[in-house]
Design a protein around this ligand. Structure first.
Ligand SMILES: Nc1ncnc2c1ncn2[C@@H]1O[C@H](COP(=O)(O)OP(=O)(O)OP(=O)(O)O)[C@@H](O)[C@H]1O
Ligand SMILES: [Mg+2]
Length: 401
């Protein structure tokens, strides 16, 4: 359900990256490549495997979530992107350029203009005002005062903190401080945003607000965001794609829906077992084929053949563009059996079907079955019929096995 433009060059490409911490990482690399276990390597050599053979492609403009439990290698991975750490093996490309080949000056450029980072603990300067905090990276990179101020004010407004620019961080709640961190990252106009557990320290309600705000911002800004979390709900809410790490290894990468519907292994399956699927699974992936009949061919005999003869549970009558104009069930055929033949020839006499779009998620349509036990007709963005979904299909899709 990725509705992004056709595939472009990845913004960020991570290719077979390994990171081993310790005295002499190269000395154990071959063993790690051959598949030696993390604990075995630690016990026998004192080296820690941070990440192991990670390859990912991150598209421009997407929110890419890296998820995993504590110690799974999330921070290690994200720090490679702005070269806070160098890999033991592998390559990291940004806009096609290998970041390992950058010289000092190019690296500084990369960190100042292309990538900015939002941290878990805000990392604000306590003795500077909100405005000064947001201006800080701009001033460091040599932007003139008035320009820096204008850019900072714009982002302070974007994150909803206008009026607070002369306050100090200690006067702000955690959520507000995190918004300052976000404004600071946005003000640099970097097109890559790295967010390492940026919302994890916030209270649940504030966290949920921040997620909503980030989604809203991102719809406008279309930055490339790499967002780290250990929270599956957050990952599903924010991520166009999600990568799941465990013990430094990539277990699966895909859309939230892919991961819920087709977990790659037992680990991922256990991870996603308790999640509320209704919020993620789309009608497109649960619908069934619908039997359609062009309105021009409508007759009682045709309907009877389909419903009685072929045992179809409902017939969707469509116009010339395959848009639904009526729906007929066997029940209707029975209750209206006294109606004259000609009455059946016009779709106007027949009940209009309940429709839903194929990109809606299950939880958005469940309540519609309360009044109505007939299948919903599922349409695409042009309004054309793509299938149907009965209450029992919907229920089945919600259960986790
Ligand atoms: N500088 C370091 N020196 C030695 N080991 C390290 C270093 N940084 C990370 N590690 C190890 O690498 C592994 C991955 O750590 P990392 O910090 O990337 O995990 P994480 O997924 O970000 O965890 P958390 O959710 O707790 O932040 C861990 O086993 C950790 O102990
Ligand atoms: Mg971390």
């Amino acid at each position: 359900m990725n509705k992004k433009a056709p595939p472009r060059e990845p913004k960020i490409s991570i290719e077979h990256v390994y990171k081993i911490f310790g005295e002499d990482p190269q000395s154990v690399l071959e063993r790690v490549k051959a598949g030696a276990d993390k604990r075995e390597i630690l016990e026998e050599t004192g080296h820690v495997i941070g990440i192991r053979d990670i390859s990912l492609k991150i598209a421009p403009g997407e929110t890419f979530v890296v998820m995993g439990l504590s110690g799974s290698g999330k921070s290690t991975l994200i720090r490679h992107i702005n070269r806070l750490i160098d890999p033991t093996a592998g390559r990291i490309l940004i806009d096609g350029d290998d970041v390992l080949t950058l010289d000092e000056k190019q690296l500084r450029e990369l960190r100042r203009h292309k990538i900015s980072m939002v941290f878990q603990r805000f990392a604000l300067l306590p003795h500077k005002t909100v405005l000064a905090n947001v201006m800080y990276p701009l001033k460091v990179s040599g932007v003139a005062d008035d320009k820096a101020k204008a850019a900072a004010m714009e982002q302070i407004e974007t994150v909803g903190l206008a009026g607070y620019e002369e306050r100090y961080p200690r006067h702000l709640s955690g959520g507000m401080q995190q918004r300052v961190g976000l404004a600071r990252a946005l003000a640099t106009s970097a097109d890559i945003l790295l967010m390492d557990e940026a919302f994890s320290a916030l209270d649940p309600l504030i966290r949920s607000d921040m997620q909503a705000q980030l989604k809203e911002l991102q719809a406008k800004l279309q930055k490339t965001i790499v967002f780290i979390t250990h929270d599956l709900d957050e990952a599903l809410r924010l991520g166009d794609h999600i990568a799941i790490l465990n013990d430094g290894e990539l277990r699966q990468v895909g859309t939230g829906e892919d991961i819920l519907l087709h977990p790659a292994d037992d680990y991922v399956e256990r991870f996603v077992r308790d999640v509320n699927r209704g919020r993620v699974v789309t009608l497109a992936s649960t619908l069934r084929e619908a039997t359609t009949l062009p309105a021009s061919e409508l007759s009682k005999a045709r309907l009877a053949t389909l419903l009685d003869g072929e045992g179809v549970e409902s017939v969707v009558v469509v116009d010339g563009d395959n848009r639904p104009v009526a729906a007929v069930t066997e029940h209707l055929l029975y209750t209206e059996r006294e109606a004259p033949e000609s009455w059946w020839n016009s779709a106007d006499n027949l009940p209009t079907p309940e429709t839903a779009r194929d990109d809606q998620v299950l939880s958005e349509v469940l309540s519609r079955y309360k009044q109505n036990a007939t299948p919903l007709v599922i349409v695409d963005h042009n309004g054309a019929v793509v299938g149907k979904l009965s209450p029992s299909d919907a229920l089945e899709a919600l259960t986790n096995d």
